[in-house]
Design a protein around this ligand. Structure first.
Ligand SMILES: *[C@@H]1O[C@H](CO)[C@@H](O)[C@H](O)[C@H]1NC(C)=O
Ligand SMILES: *[C@@H]1O[C@H](CO)[C@@H](O)[C@H](O)[C@H]1NC(C)=O
Length: 221
């Protein structure tokens, strides 16, 4: 019994340690696509450190607003390992989010990252929902300079309730946080999830499911 308890405790500790990006085992590990002259650690292949340069750690242009002319009225501009290869293994990234008046960043989760968001201009109604069984909705209205945290994995959203554009930046605790937009995953999957499954899961008529599956689920992230 004691052995089993020790084993379970170790397993629990191990899984909590593995729940975020790995700590870097060297100063940095600039990502490259080619294995030639590289070393594979985790995430992406690494450039030989002697070949690293300032531009590997650099991105220009986050002052430029994203294009919010879409059905959601929002746009996310990422600054993660795909844009900044020097972020490889470092467990952090950034996004700029623009919202037109009444623009929405729809309910989504980041499977690998906690998010900390700061509003630079405008007004945002934000929220997240805790996991089962409580499913408690925690919300706040944010103004310029306000900061809010979305814990890793939880479904969250941001809605511009002001009459002017809103701009926010957010840090995320992964080089590649990932995004699961709820409506897109559930109703916009390819191929579609059976309407038998979704009708039962959402306790609605199959016609409602078919209607939802026929929509265009745009991906702003
Ligand atoms: C890796 O390859 C992708 C796809 O070809 C490309 O978009 C990206 O810029 C490349 N990244 C690096 C660091 O070379
Ligand atoms: C913004 O996106 C819309 C829709 O895709 C497009 O028609 C428009 O030209 C874009 N505007 C800019 C400034 O890129």
């Amino acid at each position: 019994m004691a052995t089993i308890l020790v084993a379970l405790t170790l397993l629990a500790l191990a899984s909590s340690v593995l729940a975020s990006d790995p700590s870097p085992l060297q100063d940095f590990c600039v990502a490259i696509n080619e294995t030639k002259d590289g070393v594979f650690v985790n995430g992406k292949f690494c450039k030989g450190p002697e070949l690293a340069s300032a531009n590997d750690f650099f991105l220009r242009g986050l002052h430029i607003p994203g294009n919010t002319s879409n059905q959601l009225g929002s746009a996310v501009t990422p600054a993660n390992v795909a844009q900044i290869p020097g972020l490889n293994t470092l467990g952090i990234s950034l996004v700029r989010i623009d919202y037109a008046p009444y623009g929405l960043n729809p309910p989504h989760t980041h499977p690998r990252a906690t998010e900390i968001l700061v509003v630079l201009e405008g007004t945002l109604y934000v929220g997240f929902v805790t996991s089962n069984p409580d499913n408690r909705l925690i919300t706040k209205v944010l103004y310029k300079g306000d900061v809010f945290v979305f814990p890793v994995g939880l479904i969250h959203f941001q809605f511009n309730i002001g009459k002017t554009n809103t701009v926010a930046f957010a840090g995320l605790s992964s080089q590649n946080p990932g995004v699961i937009t709820i409506a897109n995953s559930v109703f916009g999957s390819n191929p579609p999830i059976s309407d038998d499954v979704l009708a039962k899961a959402f306790q609605v008529d199959k016609k409602v499911v078919d209607h939802l599956q026929a929509q265009f689920w745009m991906d702003i992230n």
